[in-house]
Design a protein around this ligand. Structure first.
Ligand SMILES: Cc1ncc(COP(=O)(O)O)c(C=O)c1O
Length: 1009
């Protein structure tokens, strides 16, 4: 410790004596050299670099010259400047604190933290790293220095030095991996040698890239530092080195690589040949790294860090990766280059000959109807996680006319939810990435229909893939253009009899009928059709072509498997699906709707389908819905659909006529209520029910004044807003009305009285006394008290037990009535209780229900005592046109029945307990969680800063990052710092695990930012 301090004092004195800079120094990590961060009292920052003893001056000179060159050529590049000493020199030879001579020089300090410690490692940030590196390469193009030509271990051109040292790796399989990498490298060496060389940075590792941007701010590359490993080499080596670190431990290494390369290519265009070298060079760099550190570990057996630091590289090299041909194809496609050699010629050939190909089905397909199975236009299958064979055999029958006799075509590039088998999922959860986008054109026609070869070909594959929902019979043909470029066509869902007739290598003449459409029994289970796909190469996919691609991977797959329309003598536009563009809808919304209709998320989601506690966007990407309480029994519940459809088939009218559905609904609701609540009023929303509650309270008491907790929300109409401090006190709100008195929310985490106070419930209740007194003094009197039983917008708060009965007692003593707004908390969500007031042991005079009771259908209900209803009945007729419509009553009853039949209250209890336990575990590990509270599936997670204050910025960050991971949650509270988790009651153990694991990893990012 003292030695370190002595050294720091020494270098601080050096900095002062020779550079005239007085600063506080702190040592930075460095392999051989001493690096100090120097901060002056006025906030200036510098890096003092004291090179290892014996370091040749040419090396420092090279760096200083290169920095000056970069500065002059492209002043916008984020590289440090060299600071001259007081005597004008840029580098001095000085003694260190032990008396050894070192070359010492000083740079400006760049802002930011190193990329290794920055999160999230988003595609945008990685693209910017590529662009920054490319800018440096461009600026260094004509930089020359004698030291660039030195020989050293980090020059990738001579990386094969490791071949002789491979035996230092003890593990045989690891040694084998390195041997293979070396073999690949040597097979490419001549190609590499032929690449032009120039000065390159040569060490853009994750500690040499600096990044700024906190929480939700965009991450920006703020520095590219340490030019000590510069050398002359092909620029692709520079990119390969950066790439080697960008892919390590990245959850989607191929996408990270593509982002890096596209950023680089946009600034300094790369060639196809360079891209072909990237993957092997990247692996070679990691191989050099692990061999080098293994050798170092042998020399320093006590330094365990050397071995630990190898682990990410070993993990990466050991994991199965995509075929290198596909990796290169993806990079080429990302850069807008031809995906494989000859691709442009094949496409031109197909375009030129379109119209002359033999009709696939022996007849002209032009004018055949298109049928969409898209996420947006189709409801196949009903459950997007399970396509039963009965549905598969019928898929699209609405397009096939009577008896399936008519023909129709299915779109290319169409996102579909019909691919439900686990093979289409790319992660562990139902909401993980999923392949949805169709890469072929389908021709639906009767089983037995012959298929003719559009042009001459040779059988490459003929197989029966008999698994459910696979291809059944499948044939792949290889073709050649006039100029000899190969391409391939695939025919899926065939009658497997073709397997008995055709063999690999058979020649098929143009127009020859070579196979036929299978029945559902033969073709994997589908309605008869052919999946007709084109591929420009089969390298890396061989016989196992993906017929469907991940929507976030379309650049590769639509380039490798382009639209086959020309081969069908059809126009590409006719068969290419165009999903509704999210940005068009957003623009329409901005044009036609008011500006205070808010949208969630910086990058809003467009959701088109749902099932239970999942939703799907326009590309079929699944999301776990952990936020929406309206779809109480789950999205798209078949029983709700059936009840609604059935009633709409019959009639839908209002409460002016008798209908058994109305009384049935009332009886079902009342069966859940305490006995003193006997009368139901049906309206259209929670708002309307609260508005009505105000009228009832006034009619019954003759008074006007209301007491209500602060930050409450009861609806959007004039009266409801007057009792909703969340709205009237919001920026631009109408402000308080004289007849409403606010009381502090009974928040025992952040409020005046805490959980540790045994009298806390009573103390919060006592706050009602002055409110009552004020209303009485002002002449408004006390009509009543209204509260969300568990305040939701106020921050998912569970008031201390006994709070409400104590309040109710005071209100009733003042002549008022007590209204429980159970819109958020009712109907089993709380698990242990059907309604929140049961937890409190309170007996409200009016209960208001909304949102979940219609599962999405607009429905509100007010339940009250006979006496209050009678007082109200003294006034004018009550009528709500749609309130209590036959349809609403059918749906409401069905919702309540489903909660019972499916045991959803019990599910809320169990899953809620799992979630709360998991969240409390996260709280013990993440400082940002100040409080975890809730009951059943009504949960709040309060996020705080280190000083305990409300962390709205962390909350916004976490909410948006959860969405990046396909989990929808909300945020709430007066300072918007409380995560609101409130899923449909169908959520299962998998969903809970996904929330917890994802939240854990996102909260871990906070320590990095
Ligand atoms: C507690 C509470 N009451 C009433 C309402 C108003 O319901 P609606 O929007 O259906 O009118 C809401 C809506 O969020 C609510 O949360």
């Amino acid at each position: 410790m003292t030695a370190i301090r002595l050294a720091e004092d020494h270098w601080a004195a050096v900095l002062h004596d020779h550079w005239g800079i007085r600063a506080e120094l702190s040592r930075l990590d460095g392999e051989y050299d001493l690096n100090y961060r120097a901060l002056t009292p006025d906030g200036q920052g510098y890096i003092l670099k004291a090179m290892r003893p014996g370091c040749v001056s040419e090396l420092v000179d090279m760096q200083i010259a290169a920095l000056a060159h970069l500065q002059n050529t492209d002043p916008g590049l984020p590289v440090p400047r060299t600071v001259a000493a007081s005597n004008g020199e840029l580098c001095l030879s000085l003694q260190d604190d032990t008396g050894e001579d070192r070359l010492v020089w000083v740079q400006t300090l760049l802002p930011g933290r190193c990329y290794a410690k920055s999160a999230p490692k988003s595609a945008e940030l990685i693209r910017e790293i590529g662009a920054t590196l490319a800018g440096t390469t461009r600026a260094l193009k004509d930089f020359v220095h004698p030291s660039l030509e030195r020989r050293f271990k980090w020059d990738l051109m001579t990386a094969d030095w490791i071949t002789d040292d491979i035996t230092c790796i003890a593990d045989d399989s690891r040694q084998q991996v390195i041997a293979e990498i070396c073999a690949d490298f040597s097979s490419l060496k001549s190609q590499l040698d032929a690449q032009p060389r120039q000065a390159i940075h040569n060490d853009a590792n994750d500690y040499n890239i600096l990044v700024t941007g906190e929480l939700s701010e965009p991450r920006v590359v703020s520095g590219l530092i340490d030019l000590g490993d510069m050398c002359a080499a092909p620029r692709i080596c520079d990119l390969a080195i950066a790439a080697a670190y960008v892919v390590l431990d990245h959850p989607q290494p191929q996408r990270a690589l593509a982002a890096l390369v596209s950023g680089y290519h946009a600034v300094t265009p790369l060639t196809e040949e360079e891209l072909g070298l990237l993957w092997p060079l990247l692996r070679m760099r990691l191989a050099v790294s692990v061999v080098n550190s293994t050798l170092e570990a042998k020399e320093n057996p006590d330094d365990h860090y050397v071995t630990i630091s190898q682990e990410p590289a070993w993990r990466f090299l050991g994991q199965p990766s995509e075929h290198p041909a596909l990796i290169t194809a993806r990079l080429r496609a990302t850069c807008g280059l031809t995906v494989v050699d000859g691709a442009d010629r094949v496409l031109a050939y197909l375009e030129t000959h379109s119209g002359d190909f033999f009709p696939l089905m022996g007849r002209d397909l032009t004018g055949f109807p298109m049928g969409s199975l898209s996420v947006e236009e189709s409801t196949w299958p009903q459950n997007p996680f399970d396509m039963p064979l009965a549905e598969a055999a019928e898929v699209g029958h609405e397009f096939s006319g009577a008896n399936g006799a008519n023909w129709w075509l299915g779109y290319y590039r169409e996102p579909r939810l019909i691919y439900t088998a686990p093979a289409f999922r790319k992660g562990e959860y139902l909401a993980s990435d999923r392949r949805t986008v169709h890469l072929a054109v389908d021709v639906f026609a009767p089983a037995g229909q012959s298929l003719h070869a559009p042009l001459a070909g040779e059988v490459q594959v003929v197989e029966d893939r008999a698994n459910h929902l696979d291809y059944g019979g499948v044939v792949i043909l290889k073709h050649h253009t006039d100029s000899g470029d190969a391409f391939y066509t695939l025919y899926g869902h065939l009658d497997p009899e073709c397997c008995t007739r055709l063999s690999v290598g058979d020649k098929i003449a143009k127009g020859a009928p070579f196979c036929q459409l299978g029945t559902a029994d033969q073709n994997g289970g589908w309605a008869p059709h052919v999946h007709f796909q084109l591929a420009l190469s089969t390298e890396g996919i061989e016989a196992d072509w993906p017929g469907v691609a991940d929507p976030d991977d379309l650049a590769l797959w639509t380039a490798l498997c382009p639209n086959p329309a020309p081969l069908l003598n059809l126009s590409a536009a006719q068969v290419s699906y165009q999903p509704t563009d999210k940005s068009t809808v957003l623009a329409g919304r901005r044009a036609h709707f008011g500006g205070n209709l808010s949208l969630t998320y910086r990058d809003p989601v467009m959701l088109l389908r749902g099932w239970k506690h999942h939703l799907f966007d326009e590309w079929g990407r699944p999301y776990l819905d952990a936020y929406n309480n309206v779809p109480h029994v789950g999205h798209a519940h078949p029983r709700i659909q059936a009840a609604a459809a059935d009633q709409l088939k019959r009639m839908n009218s209002n409460t002016r006529y008798l209908h058994p559905a109305q009384t049935a609904f009332a009886e079902k609701i009342l069966s859940k209520m305490p006995d003193h609540l006997e009368v139901c009023f049906f309206v259209n929303s929670g708002t309307e029910a609260n508005e009505l509650a105000l009228r009832l309270a006034r009619a019954h008491t003759g008074a006007k004044g209301m007491v209500t907790p602060d930050h409450g929300y009861h609806g959007n109409t004039t009266g409801a807003i007057d009792i909703s401090a969340y709205k009237f006190n919001a920026k631009g709100g109408v402000g308080p009305s004289g007849w409403v008195e606010l009381v502090e929310v009974a928040d025992d985490y952040r409020g005046t009285y805490g959980r540790d106070d045994p009298q806390c419930a009573q103390k919060y209740a006592d706050l009602v006394d002055p409110a009552i007194a004020k209303l009485q003094a002002s002449g408004h009197g006390v009509a009543g008290f209204i509260a969300e039983t568990f305040p939701s917008v106020g921050g998912q708060i569970i008031p201390p037990k006994g709070y409400l009965p104590a309040v109710y007692e005071k209100i009733r003593a003042a002549g008022g009535i007590c209204i429980a707004d159970e819109v958020q908390t009712g109907l089993g969500r709380l698990g242990d209780y059907y309604f929140g007031f049961e937890h409190q042991g309170a007996a409200p005079d009016i209960v208001v229900l909304g949102k979940p009771i219609g599962n999405g259908h607009p429905l509100g209900v007010l339940v009250t005592t006979r006496a209050i209803a009678d007082s109200f009945a003294q006034g004018p007729e009550f009528f709500s046109t749609f309130g209590g419509s036959t349809l609403s009553c059918r749906i409401g009853t069905e919702v309540l029945n489903i909660v019972d039949d499916e045991g959803l209250q019990e599910n809320a209890r169990q899953r809620g307990a799992d979630l709360l336990n998991g969240l409390r575990d996260l709280q013990s590990r993440h400082q940002a969680i100040g409080d975890v509270r809730g009951m059943g599936l009504f949960i709040g997670v309060e996020l705080i800063r280190t000083d305990g204050s409300e962390a709205s910025e962390i909350c916004a960050y976490v909410k948006n990052r959860m969405r990046d991971h396909r989990i929808l949650i909300g945020s709430e509270g007066p300072k918007d710092n409380i995560l609101k988790i409130r899923p449909p009651l169908t959520i299962d153990a998998e969903g809970i695990e996904m929330i917890l694991k994802t939240l854990d990893s996102i909260l871990s990012e906070l320590s990095d930012s």
